[in-house]
Design a binder for this molecule. Structure first.
Ligand code: TRP
Length: 447
């Protein structure tokens, strides 16, 4: 019996780590991180990002899991229960609600990029990208962006896949598959880095990513790095809170968070070192924006033996990583509808996917028909990104850690974390002061 019990616990911890890593590792690491590094002056951004991950991201990840495990329910109910228990204002429930709204906003443009990834997997496989089409590899991406119908097709396909997985209840299956596919993605990245090392751009790439030019430091860069720390760890949307609610009491939150954070960070840095050598070897512009990954990698595939077969595999793996993140974004909206409306699970998933898909159309039109429409100086795609990463994620994440550190009773926190005396002191200062003040300072500094 005892043996069985241990086994069940272990398998649930593995399942949990897979789900959390699946949510964290995605387009944020491989598509978004490199282009943000390129946009924000290289190593300065990387360093600030690493500091944000360690001092702010990690403690907030622990807080979200802790709240979820305490509350034992979806983020809205969790915040309701916990604020009632600790006799605090019921307004804390806004944290849960903001999470649901934010997930919906993020998934809309995430699915458009997931669609690009699908399109690239397909067209590297069939040869439309590279050999047989008349379009030069470098122009493929620009041509793609100018075709709203094509973008819509792939965005729809990505959304259908996400919907199918969430509605069909096969999330667990996908996450188990990701257990094998994620290491393969890492191998593919290592292959690309190895290729990069043979190009003339490798040294320049390493300098660009790791040797800071401090004159590039400004409030905007710091806010972008902070926002990305939240985005890449799936923080501030209640998602990790929801995952925490399924967590057994025996799982050590801090150690598990460390594992997830290290994996996530290593993959992002690896993606940067895969992409920038090719950028510099081909004299491309590192600040090319959201297209960076898509215009750069095909150039590497051309020069590699069997490059396009490798490319097809790479983009297929990227799509899987994107799907394991996308399901974590569709889930909260679905769950909310299921619990708060008479809709069935299937109908809830459908309504959630349909609404997100519709907003996604506005995001993809930003690259063509609506490119001139730029409220607040940003087109819709970038506006959705900025609104979530730079505003909603930091604020909601801040609320989660402030609630944990200042409002939840100390005894629960002590029980949840199981820290020794030194660890407790460290947690006390980091969760009460370092992380919250960090978010606040970055925030006001950039305004
Ligand atoms: N972290 C994922 C990525 O890097 C994206 C993501 C999934 C996300 N769930 C999230 C971002 C919740 C913010 C909040 O690709």
């Amino acid at each position: 019996m005892a043996k069985n019990h241990t086994h069940a616990q272990w398998s649930s911890r593995t399942a949990f780590v897979l789900a959390a890593t699946g949510s964290a590792v995605g387009l944020g690491n491989i598509w978004k991180f490199p282009y943000m590094v390129g946009d924000s002056g290289g190593a300065v951004f990387v360093l600030v990002y690493l500091v944000c991950i360690a001092l702010i991201g990690l403690p907030i990840l622990v807080s979200e899991w802790l709240l979820g495990r305490r509350g034992q329910s979806n983020p809205v109910n969790t915040m309701q229960t916990l604020s009632r228990e600790s006799k605090k204002s019921p307004d804390w429930v806004l944290v849960g609600i903001a999470g649901i709204l934010g997930s919906f906003l993020i998934l809309s443009f995430y699915s458009v990029v997931g669609g690009w990834s699908l399109n690239y997997a397909w067209s590297t496989l069939t040869g439309d990208l590279g050999q047989s089409s008349g379009v030069a590899v470098g122009d493929y991406f620009d041509t793609l962006l100018k075709q709203p119908g094509t973008l819509l097709f792939w965005h729809t396909l990505f959304m259908l896949l996400t919907f199918g997985i969430v509605a069909g209840g096969v999330k667990g299956g996908l996450e188990r598959a990701a257990k094998w596919l994620m290491p393969l993605l890492i191998v593919a990245l290592i292959g690309l880095i190895g290729f990069g090392a043979t190009t003339s751009g490798f040294k320049e790439a390493a300098t660009f990513m790791f040797s800071p030019d401090w004159s590039k430091l400004n409030g905007g860069v710091v806010l972008a790095a902070l926002g990305h720390a939240f985005f890449t760890l799936s923080l501030g949307m209640g998602i990790m809170m929801a995952y925490g609610s399924y967590l057994g009491q025996d799982v050590n939150l801090i150690k598990t968070a460390r594992t997830v954070v290290i994996l996530d960070t290593v993959i992002a840095l690896g993606a940067g070192m895969a992409i920038f050598p090719v950028v510099f070897a081909n004299n491309l512009d590192p600040s090319a924006g959201p297209g960076l990954l898509f215009v750069t990698l095909p150039l590497a595939f051309i020069d590699m033996p069997g490059g396009f077969a490798f490319g097809a595999i790479f983009f297929a793996l990227l799509t899987v990583a994107a799907l394991t993140s996308a399901i974590s974004l569709l889930e909260p909206v679905t769950e909310f509808l299921e619990e708060r409306t008479p809709l069935s699970r299937l109908a809830s998933a459908f309504v959630a996917a349909l609404a997100t898909w519709t907003l996604g159309i506005a995001a993809l039109l930003a690259f063509n028909l609506w490119s001139g429409f730029a409220p607040f100086g940003l087109d819709i795609f970038n506006l959705l990104d900025a609104l979530t990463s730079k505003l909603m994620l930091p604020l909601t994440g801040l609320a989660a850690i402030v609630f944990t550190a200042w409002f939840l009773d100390g005894e629960s926190v002590k029980q949840e974390l199981g820290l020794g005396p030194k660890g407790r002191v460290l947690w006390h200062y980091v969760s009460r002061y370092v992380a919250p003040i960090g978010v606040i300072v970055v925030f006001f500094n950039s305004l």
